[in-house]
Design a protein around this ligand. Structure first.
Ligand SMILES: [Zn+2]
Length: 275
């Protein structure tokens, strides 16, 4: 049976065609762009624990190592291109079926596919903020400044995580030099993403709740919903009897709350929905 004739996909097509859909996407949407998931079929678990906000702010050494790994991982994130799933989401938005797009991803691939007004729940890797003076700089120009002072730095990248953090043995990070803020010189530069141990800014959360509360359907794409920051929107939708549809490979924390579950590759399901 072809995917388009699958009863669950047909039911999903009916929901999406009716419109007022809010998308909540996760790392599984970007795996077909070559960005590994944390837990999905293509991703073994990362080798080191993710950076926490407290460690990042509290330790210059932790910060230097983070930036060394991020410097190495950036090429893969910056070089990733949107896949058929991202393109399909942008097309559904273009056709007026979507009321909003919320993403847990920090890779910018929804926008690269042409989607508008994307809410990046956990921020985006394309910008860097100085925690000292508030200056914002693009990730690309900072990358050039880092390259200029690290031309002798080499390391062996084992894998790159979806947050752009590369798995590299600590001892290979020793020679890396961190650049300072272009405004005040401080080395308290942080990617504009929400770290573990840090809260999503309240206005951003409220904005997402408002979208979910007025939606006709919450469509979860490629997320196991392990992290509460995304799962709470599924809970809210279910509590308000807004139907939740989930397209994900493998089980998710929201399965029991979902009206509909499709376990198939997003790069196949989403283009079928557009057709
Ligand atoms: Zn500064």
């Amino acid at each position: 049976m072809t995917l388009a004739l699958d009863p669950a996909v047909q039911e999903l097509a009916g929901l999406v065609h009716a419109g007022r859909v809010v998308v909540l996407s996760g790392a599984g949407l970007s795996t077909e762009s070559g960005i590994p998931d944390y837990r999905g079929p293509s991703g073994a678990l990362r080798r080191h624990a993710p950076m926490t906000y407290q460690a990042f702010v509290g330790s210059p050494e932790a910060r230097r190592r983070y930036w060394a790994r991020s410097y190495l991982g950036w090429a893969q994130i910056a070089g990733a291109r949107p896949n058929a799933g991202h393109v399909a989401v942008a097309q559904l938005q273009e056709r007026g079926r979507l009321d909003g797009i919320i993403t847990q991803n920090v890779d910018g691939l929804h926008q690269a596919a042409g989607a508008r007004d994307v809410i990046e729940l956990h921020g985006g890797l394309d910008a860097v903020v100085c925690l000292e003076c508030g200056d914002r700089e693009g990730r690309a120009p900072l990358g050039e400044r880092l390259a200029a002072i690290n031309d002798a730095f080499v390391a062996e990248v084992r894998r790159v995580n979806p947050d752009g953090d590369a798995d590299v043995p600590d001892e290979q990070l020793d020679g890396f030099r961190l650049a300072g803020c272009r405004g005040c010189g401080s080395e308290l530069l942080k990617p504009d993403v929400v770290f573990f141990g840090e809260n999503v800014p309240r206005p951003r959360v409220d904005n997402c709740f408002a979208l979910v509360e007025s939606a006709a359907c919450l469509l979860v794409l490629g997320s196991s919903l392990t992290v509460l920051s995304g799962f709470r929107f599924v809970r809210r939708a279910a509590a308000l009897d807004v139907p939740v549809a989930i397209v994900n490979q493998g089980p998710t924390r929201g399965d029991e709350l979902a009206a509909l579950k499709v376990d198939a590759p997003l790069g196949e399901v989403l283009p079928a929905l557009v057709r």
